[in-house]
Design a protein around this ligand. Structure first.
Ligand SMILES: *Cc1c(COP(=O)(O)O)cnc(C)c1O
Length: 224
């Protein structure tokens, strides 16, 4: 297990570097988020043992079980919430995660800003854009993105860093990455979280600053 995860990490890092250079980008501008959701403990520990410190989780509760104690002993651990967040869990989410990637509605913006005020910090957030306008998927639709970004900036004390998207499974991801990149550029946002195991190199080509890779590092997750 250890050596499998270690070599997968090395491979993914090498491919990110190669994709970045091919696109004329500096590889150090791209951050690999290891998506540990639903993965076995041994695999996650193996990644930690190689020095990987940036992890993504999609559920607050599951992440608490896995990371709350490690947080205390790993000062450089960096956790990113990449799944939907209920506004009544804003406090818990802020206590554990360094960045919330899935801000997608005003009620949540308000809850996060209030939680930040209580905790004496300014929550770092990305706005999730539903680039494919899929009804079952969270995120702001592209036509509403500029207005939502402006509203978050003017009304809430949040550190808005950028955007994230999850393209539709059956579609060519490139057009979705290009769309996210355009929305970010015209709004002056620098962080682009896009690209997963199957398409992170494409995402790098379209300007991703953060790629989220799970099964490509740890193997397939158990079926739900
Ligand atoms: C699960 C998940 C990933 C990782 O997906 P893989 O295909 O396993 O790399 C990335 N982003 C989000 C939002 C996810 O929920």
């Amino acid at each position: 297990m250890d050596s499998l995860v270690a070599s997968a990490l090395e491979t993914v890092r090498r491919r990110i570097t190669r994709a970045a250079r091919a696109a004329g980008r500096d590889p150090s501008d791209i951050t690999l988020t290891a998506v540990s959701k639903q993965q076995p403990e041994a695999a996650v520990q193996a990644a930690l043992d190689t020095g990987q410190r940036i992890f993504g989780e999609n559920r607050v509760q599951e992440a608490q079980g896995r990371w709350a104690e490690r947080r205390a002993v790993l000062p450089d651990l960096h956790l990113r919430l990449i799944g939907p967040l209920q506004s009544n869990k804003a406090d818990q989410a802020l206590a554990l995660f360094d960045v919330i990637e899935t801000l997608d509605r005003e009620k949540l913006a308000r809850a996060l800003a209030e939680a930040g005020l209580k905790a004496g910090m300014r929550p770092r957030v990305l706005i999730q854009i539903n680039t494919g306008e899929e009804p079952q998927k969270a995120g702001v639709i592209p036509a509403g993105a500029d207005a939502f970004i402006a509203r978050v900036r003017s009304d809430y004390d949040l550190d808005l860093q950028g955007l994230m998207c999850i393209p539709p499974l059956q579609e060519e991801p490139a057009m979705h990455f290009a769309l996210l990149s355009r929305i970010a550029a015209r709004n002056g946002l620098g962080v682009l979280s896009m690209g997963m195991s199957g398409d992170y190199e494409t995402a790098v080509r379209f300007g991703a600053t953060h790629v989220r890779v799970g099964s490509g590092l740890f193997g397939a997750r158990p079926a739900p």
